[in-house]
Design a binder for this molecule. Structure first.
Ligand SMILES: [Zn+2]
Length: 528
């Protein structure tokens, strides 16, 4: 079960942790680091292309560049003449990109007459030591391997204090309601906030290790990280299991902490944040002025309103497991999920793609990671997200640092592709989050559309209504959904296949299903 290489990995991780936890980052250092990275942006990009692509014969990107007849000197002169983004657009036109499916190793790369196979690990950074691999959890990309790299974690930590400062939360004790390994969502902030001199005060985990089917290796790695950190003098808190149904426990901790320290923050996914606020209101707990640093799922208008109904403040963050943090919101936000894009370490261009099984096109985000420490080498890698990108002024610290590009209305096209669900998906979100709670009670997180695929590939649609909503008439609820759909659906946009499925729409009275502690409004799952 455990090999010599496992032991040496742990050994490497332990000593990496020692250095990581000994150093501290200040706000001034953070500003300086970001500003230097912005100044060296072009140089960092070219350095990366040279070191991990042109000097790495195994790189899948090298095949694409050769196929496009593109030498390093060509890229260098393009970047010097036009800048990074126009260069990336030109490369994309020449076929130098990796689609979302290709990045996951699910589809061969075909460009012109050339075809080759790629595996997920072909995108691993060849310059990194092989510390520890985790699988990403949750809806984004189940099963993706990502390297737990402390140097990269450290680089990305320079955003954390500006994120707190922009949102006036520098002095607020921070709690976590995030799962442990194999998800990185808990362990990363646990280490990061220690290095900011602001250790996480409490770590609640919405799932148990057995619920997320954590392997023995993951379980050991969590304990190993916490206990070896203690050996180096860092008193990191252990995760305490608090299920999504027990949100009141987190709300109570927030209210108590607020009373003691006048302020409090929590980092969690969006739907658990809504649950905390609901629980606070229902139990008369005062969490006014506390901060919810949320992410991992869209912060919709309804969900933001439910957080604000408790007097709390919602701060959207955009992150993925492969990249870590991509952007963060500020108080001068324009849209519900508006974030400043951290372009000192990333480049982003958009490219139109067809969403499979539909007649819909979206401008998918294509990311390039400019860091030499990134676990995955990403050059024009399509993500399953799309959204609005714009340059806008809001006058906050992020803008002073140079982050003038904003992203908002960020949604995933991949989650809603089953059976022509894409368009229906976005219409359904409004019905589930607003119409049904208004008419039948409960909150946005009490309703969920569950698409289940059986072994025969048949799709079944279940409208999940939490038992906490109380007595309802099933057929009346279904009629409400159908008539709302008729009203809101744009003509001709419905895939014909969907209507036959409408007949199979059933109400199920169970608690909405969560994966890694998130309640997605639309839950797509495949039965085993
Ligand atoms: Zn701002």
């Amino acid at each position: 079960m455990f090999s010599v290489s496992d032991i040496s990995r742990y050994y490497g991780l332990a000593f990496g942790l020692r250095d990581f936890l000994r150093n501290k980052i200040t706000l001034e250092q953070s500003k300086k680091f970001i500003s230097t990275r912005l100044q060296n942006r072009e140089r960092n990009f070219l350095n990366l292309i040279q070191k991990v692509i042109y000097e790495n014969p195994e790189s899948p990107y090298l095949k694409l560049l050769k196929n496009a007849g593109c030498e390093f000197g060509d890229i260098e002169s393009l970047v010097n003449k036009d800048g990074i983004e126009p260069t990336l657009c030109k490369l994309l036109e020449e076929g130098v990109y990796i689609s979302w499916e290709e990045f996951k190793g699910k589809r061969d790369v075909i460009r012109g007459g050339n075809r080759f196979h790629v595996r997920e690990r072909d995108f691993d950074n060849p310059l990194l030591p092989d510390y520890y691999h985790v699988k990403t959890s949750g809806s984004r990309s189940a099963g993706t391997r990502t390297i737990f790299d402390l140097k990269y974690l450290w680089e990305k930590s320079y955003y954390a204090l500006p994120m707190l400062a922009v949102n006036n939360a520098l002095d607020a004790p921070m709690g976590l309601w995030m799962p442990g390994l194999p998800s990185m969502a808990g362990i990363v902030p646990l280490l990061r906030y220690w290095s900011l001199g602001r250790p996480i005060a409490r770590w609640f985990s919405p799932v148990t290790e057995s619920q997320v089917q954590a392997s023995l290796r993951d379980r050991l790695a969590t304990r190993f990280t916490i206990y070896s950190a203690r050996l180096w003098g860092a008193k990191l808190v252990k995760p305490e299991y608090v299920s999504l149904a027990q949100a009141v426990k987190v709300a109570r901790w927030m209210a108590d902490t607020r009373k003691q320290f006048e302020t409090c923050s929590i980092s969690c996914f969006v739907s658990p944040a809504v649950k905390i606020c609901q629980a606070a209101i229902e139990n008369g707990l005062d969490i006014e002025g506390t901060h919810f640093f949320v992410g991992g799922e869209p912060l919709t208008e309804a969900k933001r309103q439910q957080i604000e109904a408790a007097g709390a403040l919602a701060v959207p963050r955009y992150f993925t497991t492969e990249i870590d943090i991509i952007g963060c919101g500020c108080p001068g936000t324009a849209a519900d999920d508006d974030v400043h894009f951290f372009h000192d370490s990333l480049a982003l261009i958009e490219h139109q793609r067809k969403v499979e099984h539909t007649d819909t096109y979206v401008n998918a985000f294509h990311f390039t990671n400019l860091s030499l420490s990134a676990p995955k080498i990403m050059l024009n890698v399509e993500s399953d997200d799309y959204g609005v990108m714009e340059t806008r002024s809001c006058g906050c610290l992020f803008e002073q640092l140079g982050f003038v590009r904003h992203l908002h209305h960020i949604r995933s096209f991949a989650k809603l592709t089953g059976s022509g669900m894409t368009i229906i998906g976005s219409d359904f979100v409004h019905i589930l989050e607003k119409v049904l709670p208004q008419k039948y009670g409960g909150a946005a997180t009490d309703y969920q559309l569950l698409e289940e695929e059986d072994n025969h590939g048949q799709t079944h649609l279940n409208l999940i209504v939490s038992p906490s909503v109380g007595a309802i008439n099933d057929s009346e609820v279904i009629n409400t959904v159908l008539s709302e759909l008729h009203r809101s659906v744009r003509s001709g946009k419905l895939a014909a296949g969907f209507w036959s499925q409408i007949n199979t729409l059933q109400v199920k009275r169970i608690y909405p299903i969560s994966s890694s502690g998130k309640v997605m409004t639309l839950h797509l799952t495949k039965q085993k």
